[in-house]
Design a protein around this ligand. Structure first.
Ligand SMILES: Nc1ncnc2c1ncn2[C@@H]1O[C@H](COP(=O)(O)OP(=O)(O)OP(=O)(O)O)[C@@H](O)[C@H]1O
Ligand SMILES: [Mg+2]
Length: 262
């Protein structure tokens, strides 16, 4: 776990204030507040349907809230404030912002028609305009590190779930994201593959990147998280260091959730 003791003068890296997001008549985020410090590893937990994925999608600009403010690494995504001015990041600035946030999904989302190498290289070459030779070298280093250099020319359907997810994570990392969001990255994997993926996420956390991870793995959260946030019904109802939240949960929703953890 990283040292988070001296953060009194640090401005939050992610700041979410009073965010509301509905789908049609159904409110999902209901005035959510949250702050994440630079370099922190946050685990977000909560019952199915409470709005975790929606929150992550708002944080990387894939969904736009109706109201509230979201600031990520000095970029204001939206700010409806209490004045009449309503600000929403749009156009090229929004695209640029999205490229600076890595998102890893439950279902890997690799391009099925591209091999491992091309899946990883596409973003850095096309979006970041890094030279092909340079990207190739870094990609090979990464593939070696995750133990699948021999599968560089395989296509996604020739990989195991754990391999696919590790490729998806490396693909995200290659874009040099400032923030990484993981949405239940291991829920489609068996225990062995889960371990391999969680080890890789742990390695990334230890390098000091700011991470927000949705997971139901209590033991993993315990070893990796600086704080766990518990979400219920569209708001954060409780937060704290893992031992506190896992062993002495205060809110009824947290208590109910912790009982059902893996
Ligand atoms: N694009 C959408 N259109 C309509 N409703 C949506 C949409 N996305 C999410 N919802 C609804 O919003 C609510 C919250 O969904 P969300 O996916 O954020 O929950 P979650 O906490 O991630 O759940 P899970 O743990 O099952 O992944 C759900 O009731 C869902 O049906
Ligand atoms: Mg979800």
């Amino acid at each position: 776990m990283k040292d988070t003791t001296d953060r009194t003068t640090t401005k939050p890296f992610v700041e979410v204030k009073k965010v509301h997001k509905a789908f049609g008549p159904q409110p999902v985020l209901r005035g959510l507040d949250m702050a994440v410090n630079p370099g922190e590893t946050i685990v977000l937990m909560g019952a199915s349907g409470c709005g975790k994925t929606t929150l992550l999608r708002c944080l990387n600009g894939l969904e736009t809230p109706e109201s509230g403010s979201i600031l990520v690494n000095r970029t204001t995504l939206c700010n409806t404030g209490d004045t009449e001015s309503q600000y929403f990041l749009q156009g090229d600035a929004l695209h640029e912002f999205r490229a600076s946030v890595g998102m890893v999904f439950q279902q890997f989302n690799l391009f099925p028609h591209l091999n491992v190498m091309d899946n990883i290289m596409l973003g850095p070459v096309k979006v970041l305009k890094t030279s092909k030779e340079e990207v190739q070298e870094t990609t090979q280093k990464w593939l070696d590190r995750i133990g699948i250099l021999n599968k560089a020319s395989h296509f996604p359907d020739q990989l195991s779930g754990g391999e696919k997810q590790r490729v998806a994570i490396v693909r995200s990392l290659m874009m040099n994201p400032k923030l990484m969001l993981f949405d239940e990255p291991t829920s489609a994997l068996d225990p062995q593959m889960t371990r391999e993926v969680l080890d890789l996420i742990k390695e990334i956390a230890e390098q000091g990147m700011t991470l927000l991870i949705v997971t139901h793995h209590g033991r993993f959260a315990e070893t990796i998280a600086d704080r766990i946030l518990l979400m219920d019904n569209g708001v954060i109802v409780e937060e704290g260091p893992p031992p506190q939240l896992l062993n002495t949960p205060q809110h009824p929703a947290t208590q109910a959730f912790i009982q059902g953890l893996l």
